[in-house]
Design a protein around this ligand. Structure first.
Ligand code: ZN
Ligand code: ZN
Length: 437
C-alpha cells in the first residue's frame, strides 16, 4: 500500500464522516507558502545559528523588527525587554486576532551536527554554557515572520486586524529578572489592542513533521515551583536528643507528600505531579544541621486542584515538621507560575477544520495532556486561546523515540516550517472571515 492510500484509509477509519468532507486549503495559503518557503527556512537557520538566552534576545528582536518594518508595518520594540509587536489592519472590518511566537533559546550545548548548528556560548547562573534553540522557538519566530509577510500581501482583502506578538523569555527570565508573557501583559501588550482570540503553535518532537496536533480544554500543565526550609536545632551527630534533626523531618515530609497524588487528589479528574528536585542540608557526617532546604515542582490541569495541592503540601510540611519538633518555612508556590494552557473549546472545535485543511490527508492528532508548561497560558487566560502542535521529527523516523524538545540533539525537520506556516495562515484567514461561526 502506498503512503497516500494508507493515510486516506487511516483518515476514513479515524474521522467521523462529516470531517472527511473537509475544507480544502485556501488557494492563497498554498501560493503564499510556496513563495515564502525558502525565506522561512533561511530565517530559521540564521536564528538557529544565533540563539539568545531568555531576556537577551537583542539580535533576534532586531531581525524581527527590521523584517516588520520592511513589510511597511510599524513595530513597537522593547516590550518586556526585547518583545516586538506590530498591528496589521485589513482592508475590511472584522475581528481582532493576536498571533504569538516566542524567540528565546536555552542553556544547552548543541549536538545536532547541523551545518548551521550553534557555536554560541553565554553565561547562565554564573557558568559558561552553550546556547541552543533546543525548544524550536527559532522555528516559531521564522514561521510568524512568514505569516506576517503573507498577510501583508493580502492586506486589502483581509477582514479585521492582526497583532503580531514576538515574545522573549518564554523559558523563564533569569533569576532576579522579570520576563516573558507575564511581563508582556503587564507592559500592556493587550491594553491598546484587546484581541478577540489568540493563536500560537509549538513544534514538538513527539509528532512527525507532516502532523498537526491539538486538544480542546486543558492542554499543557500549570507549573509551580515550591520551596521549603525545615528548621531544627543543630547538634552533634552522636547526640541527636540534644537537638532537633531537620534531615529526618525533611525525609518524612518528602514521603508524606507522595500521598497527595496517590491518596488525596481525585486523579480520575485530572493528573497531578508533585516532584522534589533538590535537597540541601548538612555539611559533615557527624553534625546534625540546623536546617534543610527542599525545592520542587507541582504540575496540575485544573485551577481548583492547583490551589488544593498548594494547601495540602503546606499542611503536610507544617504538621510533619511539628510532629518532629521542627518548624518549616514554606513558599508554595515560590513565585507566580504558569497557569494551565487552556484551549477554548468552541474555538478549538471550530479551528480544527482549518488545521485539517493544512495537514491534508494526514488526520489532525488528538494530543494527550502534556505535563510541560507554556506561558502562552497567560494570554489564553485573558482571551480565548488556541495553541496547537506541529511535528518536528522527520517523516519515517519514530517520533516516540526522537530527541525531545530541550535535548541537545533536538532538531526541527524543515518541512515543519511549511506546515506550520500553512496551518497558522489557514486558521487566521478562516477565523477572520467567520469569527462567530
Ligand atoms: Zn521549552
Ligand atoms: Zn517552547
Amino acid at each position: 500500500m502506498n503512503r497516500l492510500a494508507a493515510a486516506l484509509m487511516c483518515a476514513c477509519l479515524t474521522l467521523p464522516a462529516a470531517a472527511i468532507a473537509q475544507e480544502a486549503q485556501r488557494g492563497e495559503v498554498t501560493a503564499a507558502a510556496a513563495a515564502l518557503q525558502a525565506k522561512v527556512v533561511d530565517w530559521r537557520r540564521d536564528i538557529h545559528q544565533h540563539p539568545e538566552l531568555s531576556n537577551r534576545e537583542t539580535r533576534t528582536a532586531a531581525k524581527v523588527a527590521e523584517h516588520l518594518r520592511g513589510l511597511g508595518l510599524e513595530p513597537r520594540t522593547g516590550i518586556a525587554h526585547h518583545g516586538v509587536t506590530a498591528v496589521l489592519k485589513g482592508g475590511r472590518p472584522g475581528p481582532r486576532l493576536a498571533l504569538r511566537a516566542d524567540m528565546d533559546a536555552l542553556p544547552v550545548t548543541e549536538e545536532t551536527g547541523l551545518p548551521f548548528a550553534s557555536q554560541v556560548t553565554d553565561t547562565y547562573r554564573g557558568q559558561t554554557t552553550g546556547v541552543m534553540h533546543a525548544c524550536g522557538h527559532d522555528a516559531h519566530t521564522a514561521i510568524l515572520m512568514g505569516v506576517a509577510e503573507a498577510l501583508v500581501g493580502m492586506r486589502e482583502q483581509l477582514a479585521g486586524e492582526i497583532l503580531f506578538v514576538f515574545q522573549p523569555a518564554e523559558e523563564g527570565a533569569p533569576e532576579g529578572e522579570e520576563g516573558g508573557a507575564g511581563l508582556m501583559l503587564k507592559e500592556g501588550v493587550f491594553a491598546d489592542f484587546k484581541p478577540d482570540a489568540v493563536f500560537g503553535l509549538h513544534v514538538f518532537s513527539t509528532l512527525n513533521a507532516n502532523q498537526i496536533g491539538v486538544r480542546a480544554g486543558p492542554t499543557m500543565a500549570a507549573s509551580d515551583r515550591f520551596g521549603m526550609t525545615v528548621v531544627g536545632r543543630q547538634t552533634h551527630g552522636s547526640r541527636p536528643w540534644g537537638g532537633v534533626d531537620p534531615i529526618v523531618a525533611a525525609a518524612q515530609i518528602i514521603n508524606q507528600s507522595q500521598t497527595i497524588v496517590s491518596r488525596q487528589m481525585d486523579i480520575s479528574k485530572q493528573p497531578v505531579v508533585v516532584t522534589f528536585g533538590a535537597i540541601n542540608g548538612g555539611i559533615r557526617y557527624n553534625i546534625i544541621p540546623d536546617s534543610v532546604e527542599l525545592v520542587g515542582t507541582i504540575r496540575t490541569f485544573d485551577e481548583d486542584m492547583r490551589a488544593d495541592v498548594f494547601k495540602r503540601l503546606t499542611s503536610i510540611a507544617e504538621h510533619v515538621a511539628a510532629a518532629n519538633g521542627a518548624t518549616v518555612e514554606t513558599q508554595i508556590p515560590a513565585e507566580d507560575g504558569n497557569p494551565v494552557t487552556f484551549n477554548n473549546e468552541a474555538l478549538t472545535e471550530r479551528m480544527r477544520a482549518s488545521l485539517q485543511a493544512a495537514s491534508g490527508a494526514e488526520p489532525v492528532v488528538d494530543m494527550p495532556l502534556i505535563m510541560g508548561a507554556e506561558d502562552f497560558s497567560l494570554y489564553a487566560r485573558e482571551v480565548p486561546g488556541l495553541f496547537f502542535f506541529v511535528g518536528a521529527t522527520p517523516v519515517g523516523q519514530d517520533a516516540g523515540t526522537a530527541p525531545s524538545n530541550h535535548s541537545p540533539k533536538f532538531d526541527v525537520d524543515e518541512s515543519a516550517l511549511d506546515l506550520g506556516l500553512r496551518a497558522m495562515l489557514q486558521a487566521t484567514l478562516d477565523y477572520l472571515d467567520t469569527p462567530a461561526g
